[in-house]
Design a protein around this ligand. Structure first.
Ligand code: NAP
Length: 259
């Protein structure tokens, strides 16, 4: 048996990826990891300046990173995004459905409009992007869709996260469903379920000592996630390393959902 070259296993040279929510936090990191592995990346979010700066930083002799500013709550945006990627690069191999939002209202107080806004952004919009991407990918006979869920897609929280938990729970089972419905086409659909990582969304968790204590107490590894600790999960699911994996939800949560 010849030795396995593990350095090449995770390379994505020449592949084309879309990362939503790439203007900050986890999405910015995901775009940089995919570009670092050799993929061309379409990055999207609403904040144009941030996207342009990131595209300039990540583009190189071998890799093109293209920004497109879109509001994913607009029903036409999913189609525009996938058309942009397809016209720019002529193919689409990887979709990272990362853009998301949250709400801090307790279940007794949250308005139905606010609940709906979170579900629209965290569940309906990722579906619309997956559907548009799925049309290209199923026709091509391959592709990897990675939905960014959360530990609160599998368990509830003693915190004001009803809309967030509902939306992420929906995204987790949408992942399994699309995996099953599209498996025969060669398109794989998986999810990463992160625990707490620093980002704009979790600023309060990291700045409020009481909340921080609650998080670390509930995390068996006793700490929050560090930048870079989702890189391996992303490359694994994006690359051929996971060629026999579909419908899986990869927890990267320090053990939150293990107990
Ligand atoms: N950080 C964590 O601890 C953690 C844990 C579990 C899961 N997650 C999930 O990871 C994903 C990324 O979150 P993050 O923590 O990195 O938070 P973040 O820094 O707040 O990033 C959210 C991203 O989504 C984009 N976005 C929000 N609304 C949008 C809209 N209407 N149209 C287009 N883009 C929109 C934002 O860009 P613009 O504002 O520029 O539009 C931003 O790039 C989310 O799905 C979140 O639920 C995060």
């Amino acid at each position: 048996m010849s030795p396995i070259d593990s350095t090449n296993t995770f390379r994505l040279d020449g592949r084309v990826a879309i990362v939503t929510g790439a203007s900050s936090g986890l999405g910015q990191r995901f775009a940089s990891v995919l570009a670092g592995a050799g993929a061309h990346v379409v990055i999207t979010a609403r904040r144009t300046d941030r996207l342009k700066t990131l595209a300039e930083q990540l583009s190189s002799e071998h890799v093109v990173v293209s920004p497109i500013a879109l509001d994913l709550s607009d029903p036409d945006s999913a189609g525009e995004l996938v058309t942009f990627a397809s016209e720019r690069f002529g193919r689409l191999d990887i979709l990272v459905n990362n853009a998301g939002t949250s709400s801090e209202s307790a279940a007794l107080d949250i308005s139905v409009e606010e609940f709906r806004r979170v579900v629209e952004m965290n569940l309906v919009s990722p579906f619309a992007v997956a559907q548009a991407a799925g049309r290209l990918m199923t026709a091509a006979g391959s592709g990897s869709i990675i939905n960014i869920a959360s530990q609160f897609g599998s368990v509830g929280a003693r915190a004001a996260l009803s809309a967030y938990s509902a939306s992420k729970g929906g995204l987790v089972n949408l992942t399994r469903h699309l995996a099953a419905e599209w498996a025969h086409t060669g398109v794989r659909v998986n999810a990463i379920a992160p625990g707490y990582f620093p980002s704009e969304m979790t600023e309060k968790v990291f700045s409020d000592a009481k909340v921080n204590k609650w998080v670390t107490r509930n995390t068996p590894l006793g700490r929050t996630g560090n930048e870079g600790e989702l890189d391996g999960a992303l490359l694994y699911l994006a690359s051929e390393a996971s060629s026999f994996v579909t419908g899986s939800v990869l927890a990267v949560d320090g053990g939150w959902t293990a107990v």
